[in-house]
Structure formats: C-alpha cells, structure tokens
Design a protein around this ligand. Structure first.
Ligand code: FES
Length: 335
C-alpha cells in the first residue's frame, strides 16, 4: 500500500518538488502552504510522514511539530528549513521531529531522511507497543475510567495535609500551585513507581481536565524519565488532552448523515467563528472545538452539541447566534 505523505511549506516550489520526488517513490502526497490546514488534514487522514517547514507565515513550524506530536503521534515528522542551526534542530527533535533537513536538498538526501525517519518512528512505536502490549499499530486504546474513590482519597489526603500544616485549602491556591500540589499528591499515592505511570497520568488528568506541560515535566523529573517518553505513552490514549479545555465544548458532527446535510459547512463556520481548528481552544478559554463521527441523533442532521445541549438542523447563522449567546452569558457572569 502506498505510504501517505503530507508536506507543509509556504514555498510552492518545495511542494511541487516533494510531490514529484515522492510520487516517483510510490507515495501518495498531499501538500499545503497553510500550517493550519495541515493540522486540520492530519485529523482526517493518517499520514506516515509529515514534512514541515520551519518559517511560515502564521504558525511557527516548531508549534506545528508540537501539535502534530499530539494530534498525529504515529506520523514521522521531518522538519525542513532554509535556515538550519544546531539549536533549531535540537529543539525540533525535542518536540518530536524525527529528523531535520536543510534546504535546498537533493532528491537522494530527502528520500534518505524520510525513509530513515519512518524507520525510526516505527522502531519507537514498536518499543512502546511491546511495553504496553495489546495495542494495535493505528489504534488508540481506551483507558478504564479512574476509580472515583481514588480521586476522593487523594483530595482528602491533600486537604488533610494542608490542614495539619496550617496551609490554605487547595481551592485557595492559584491554578499552577494547585496543579503542582495535585501532581505531588498523585506521585506520593503511587509511590513514584514508573509501572504506575498511566494511573498517575490518569489521576492528574482527572483533576485538571488535561495534562499540562508543567505536570508532565514534574512527573518526568520525579520519575527520572524523559518528557518525550511520557508524551509518547500518553498520546496513545485518545482520552488524554494536552491543552486546558475551554469552559464550553462545541462538538460538530461530520458523520455520514450530518456530512450529507452540511456538517462540513458547519465545521468550517465553527472554525472561522472561533478562529481555531478541531482540537484547539479559543484564546479566551471559552470554547474548545471537536469534530465527531456521530452523535447518535442522525435524524436531526446536521447536529452540533454545546456541552450537553443538542442543536439539530444546525446552520452557520444559527451556530454563530448560539456562540454569541454563550459569550453574552459569560460576560454577564464575569460582570
Ligand atoms: S451522523 Fe451526525 S448525528 Fe449521526
């Protein structure tokens, strides 16, 4: 089966060169000059490899790599740059890139780099798969939901410790302080045993609603394992989010019935109204956007949900009005 490649570069010459080179190597090649579109494409299609430019208008290539590492962890990412430097290469690799190639490159150079990157990615995945067994190569696996009693016990332990040490309650701490306190409590509860890594991530995620870079950094430091390994492990599980979720979650259905009824148009309207793509949160933290395959109410297609509310026969105008309404409610609350 042909391998799939995505090339993200604002230079059309690079796109057409890569297309020519890799189609001759039997790849299916998709190209885009827009980093945002590239990040959106990986949500629809699994690409074996993504070539990504560093300097592009809009999103920085480094940020694209970070997001690719979260949204398409199985793809081998190769950064290409006309301004190579050791520091940038190191940074790119730290963020999950498999290689860094300086422009201009010859066909042989880029083919070699891509093949080696795919091989390294596959080796890395194999190691993780061996470590966690039962995983299939493409599938993310489900986590059992964390026992509510464990969370309650952790909360009680934190509160008790803070009471006896005459410290203010957890609620009165700033968010970073609270997250740190919770992460330490979770590490203590699981006795800093690396075998309990998933359970620890799950507990921190349940408290915070996401796994922050800070929490991952803290766990990595305390367990003496690399942050990259933790990301590599956690990103196999669809349930883990790495960005703080918005106060309200908008889900746009693009399942068959909704798509036929205009779900794609609704999704584009949501992206444009909120200035984010699925998987992201608005800068003001009010909305997160997700695309889903079916919400189980196809007769109402196209369907959108906002938190627990279902909106059927959605239209771009209705979506915009609903978003405005939520914003009005939020500003009343904060007034
Ligand atoms: S396809 Fe959208 S609700 Fe079923």
């Amino acid at each position: 089966m042909a391998r799939k490649m995505l090339v993200i570069d604002d230079d059309p010459t690079v796109l057409s060169s890569c297309q020519r080179i890799f189609e001759a190597e039997d790849y299916y090649v998709a190209t885009t000059t827009s980093p945002e579109e590239g990040l959106s494409l990986v949500l629809d299609t699994y690409f074996d490899v993504v070539l990504c430019d560093w300097m592009m208008p809009g999103l920085d290539g480094m940020d694209v790599i970070t997001r690719l590492d979260q949204t398409s962890p199985g793809s081998a990412v190769v950064m290409i740059s006309g301004y190579p430097s050791i520091e940038r290469a190191t940074e790119a690799m730290k963020r999950g890139a498999m290689d860094y190639v300086a422009k201009p490159f010859t066909p042989d150079e880029i083919i070699k780099a891509v093949n080696e990157a795919i091989q390294r990615k596959e080796d890395e995945e194999t190691k993780i798969i061996e470590r966690f067994g039962r995983l299939t190569k493409t599938g993310q696996i489900s986590l059992p939901s964390i026992d509510e009693k464990i969370l309650q016990a952790l909360s009680a332990a934190i509160d008790e410790r803070r009471r006896t040490e005459a410290q203010p309650s957890l609620e009165s701490l700033s968010e970073p302080e609270r997250l740190q306190e919770i992460t330490f409590a979770v590490l203590d509860k699981y006795e800093r045993d690396k075998n309990n890594l998933i359970a620890m991530l799950q507990a921190v995620h349940s408290y915070a609603g996401y796994l922050s870079y800070e929490a991952i950094g803290l766990i990595a430091r305390e367990l003496q394992i690399s942050e990259h390994d933790i990301f590599g492990t956690a990103s196999f599980y669809a349930q883990f989010k790495f960005e703080k979720p918005g106060k309200h979650l908008i889900r746009v259905c693009t399942g068959t019935a909704c798509f036929v009824g205009g779900g794609g148009v609704i999704l584009e309207a949501a992206k444009s109204r909120l200035s984010i793509v699925p998987g992201q949160t608005t800068e003001d933290g009010v909305f997160s956007l997700e695309r889903v395959a079916c919400l189980g109410c196809c007769a109402l297609a196209p369907v959108v949900t906002i938190d627990d509310e279902v909106y059927g026969q959605m239209s771009p105008a209705k979506l915009s009005r609903t978003v405005d309404k939520v914003y009005r409610t939020e500003s009343v609350k904060s007034a």
